[in-house]
Design a protein around this ligand. Structure first.
Ligand code: NAD
Length: 505
């Protein structure tokens, strides 16, 4: 159904001209300028041209947002609302996001460089689905009664943690926000959320739709602005009880310092990855494996935390698989993100493009061989385009195999034995996701167990769906999980209530 919503290029271009963008902070149920009055420019990554000026928040604005979020939390306007009513409001919100998927998708595409087929057809329906899934759980979460001794009653209940701060990245701006908003709001918390400064526009509109759906003023607040002022202020704020961060491992580490140095707020970290895709000698249907391999690394321009950036392939199948992946790439055109045929849009910024191309140079210097891609394209557009890039002859100790590039760059590494494949797969500081391809059930189960990763796809590149938790091992994060009912645990406190009964007279 969503496919019919994806506009043709001409329509998209004229609809973009008519967009009425929200560019102010969203605090206490309404839009306002930053206290300083400052604004910054947000650019279209596909043209390098400015789209809008967005309010540049600062710590004073975080103070204002936390004050209203705290007041809303303390008043119980949200946490003590009949769960059925809270559910209805959140479901209505999800419906509105879905109904506005085309507008929101256009906003996301011009702000983040993502292909329109992905934003309208994927990101926005997924954002709505995430909020709806958690909303529907709101009045289905039960507490427990403990098996306490005669004469006592002991209940174990979950209560909202209070004010949740969230700081999110630019790669899936709406969806990463929804992964926090859905469970944190469903469990009765109030929130102060900061989008990445490059991609604030979709979340501001989504917050407005939330207010229209009936989320009370002060429950959901959005403060836009730079990470090292707004993000740090959220991390350090004594009025915030829990901070959910999705982003790089480097910045995640800072949030632990912020919490340790201030109020010991709960810290939830979803960080980077360097995920392996292991293809065993018996993998069937190489065309289908190649399709998965391409999706795993080139979807969203490789700007994906769970990107399968290392192809760990049995020596006997490497040549055939590479050929199949190269054939598959014919179906991955690079181009204008507003064109519905485009599969590879623009990287988020010039700085990020230069970082990705810097890694390509590192790979060459390390002795790996570029099979395809490896240079900037479509320079005449003024945008930041890098095509699918594949390195062959990579050793796992090379920097391109160890460090997160966060771009469309695949490293191909050969192995001979199952044990060797597992060792290579686990040999990075990260442990977010992994996939493996084999027809042997024994290999599948053995290797899935051996992989130190939070999500393992067997004969698929998949993060699962909304019913399954998502989170990493090792330096890919800890503290909780996004998605599924597991996400609710991280935004709630566990309370024991022990009641002593008087004996019968
Ligand atoms: P980033 O760490 O640079 O920024 C993430 C957020 O943190 C942004 O909102 C940014 O403004 C803010 N920030 C930056 N510096 C800060 C500071 N000093 N203090 C507080 N906040 C600060 O990450 P990014 O470049 O936006 O996103 C890419 C990273 O996100 C990659 O490492 C990717 O793997 C990771 N990611 C992880 C997941 C996951 O679920 N595990 C999902 C998406 C992205």
């Amino acid at each position: 159904m969503t496919d019919t919503l994806i506009p043709e290029l001409d329509d998209a271009q004229s609809e973009v001209r008519d967009l009425d963008l929200r560019t102010q902070l969203f605090i206490g149920g309404g839009f306002r300028e930053a206290a300083s009055g400052r604004r910054y420019v947000t650019e279209n990554p596909a043209t390098g041209q400015p789209i809008a000026e967005v309010a540049e928040g600062a710590p004073a604005d975080v103070d204002a947002a936390v004050a209203v979020a705290r007041a809303a939390a303390d008043s119980g306007v949200w946490s003590r609302m009949d769960p059925g009513d809270r559910k209805r409001i959140l479901v209505r919100w999800a419906d509105r996001i879905e109904a506005n998927a085309r507008e929101l998708g256009l906003i996301e595409t011009i702000d983040a460089g993502k292909p329109i087929a992905d934003t309208v057809g994927g990101d926005m329906p997924e954002t709505a689905a995430c909020i709806r899934w958690h909303a529907e759980a709101t009045d289905k979460l039960y507490g427990q009664v403990a098996p306490s001794p005669e004469g006592t009653v002991a209940t174990i209940t979950r209560e909202p943690v209070g004010v949740v701060g969230a700081v999110i990245p630019w790669n899936y701006p709406a969806q990463m926000a929804a992964w926090k908003l859905g469970p944190a709001l469903a469990t009765g918390n109030t929130m102060v959320i900061k989008p990445a400064s490059t991609t604030s526009l979709s979340l501001l509109r989504i917050a407005e739709l939330g207010a229209e759906a009936g989320i009370p003023a002060g429950v959901l607040n959005v403060v836009t602005g730079p990470g090292d002022s707004v993000g740090e202020a959220i991390g350090r704020h004594p009025g915030i009880d829990c901070v959910a961060f999705t982003g790089s491992t480097e910045v995640g580490r800072r949030f632990l310092h912020y919490a340790a140095d201030t109020n010991l707020k709960r810290v939830l970290l979803e960080l980077g990855g360097k995920s392996p895709q292991i293809v065993f000698a018996d993998a069937a249907d190489l065309a289908s494996v190649a399709e998965n391999v391409a999706m795993a690394i080139f979807w969203n321009m490789g700007e994906n935390c769970s990107a399968g950036s290392r192809l760990v392939v049995h020596r006997s199948r490497k040549a055939d698989l590479l050929e199949a992946v190269l054939a598959e790439l014919a179906r991955w055109p690079v181009g204008d993100p507003l064109d519905p045929a485009t599969k590879i849009g623009a990287l988020i910024s010039r700085g990020h493009m230069e970082r990705v191309l810097g890694y390509v140079q590192v790979g060459r210097d390390e002795g790996a061989r570029v099979v395809t891609g490896g240079q900037r394209v479509l320079e005449e557009t003024g945008g930041w385009f890098v095509p699918p890039t594949i390195f062959d002859g990579v050793r796992n100790d090379m920097r391109i195999a160890q460090e997160e590039i966060f771009g469309p760059v695949l490293s191909v590494i050969e192995f001979d034995t199952e044990a060797e494949a597992v060792t290579i797969a686990n040999d990075t500081p990260y442990g977010l996701a992994a996939s493996l391809y084999t027809e042997d059930l024994n290999v599948a189960h053995r290797v899935a167990r051996d992989l130190r990763a939070g999500v393992v796809g067997v004969n698929a590149y998949s993060e699962g769906d909304m019913t399954t938790p998502f989170g990493g091992y090792k330096q890919s994060g800890f503290g909780g999980h996004d998605k599924s009912v597991h996400a609710h645990d991280q935004y709630t406190e566990t309370k024991t209530t022990w009641i002593q009964l008087r004996p019968r007279e």
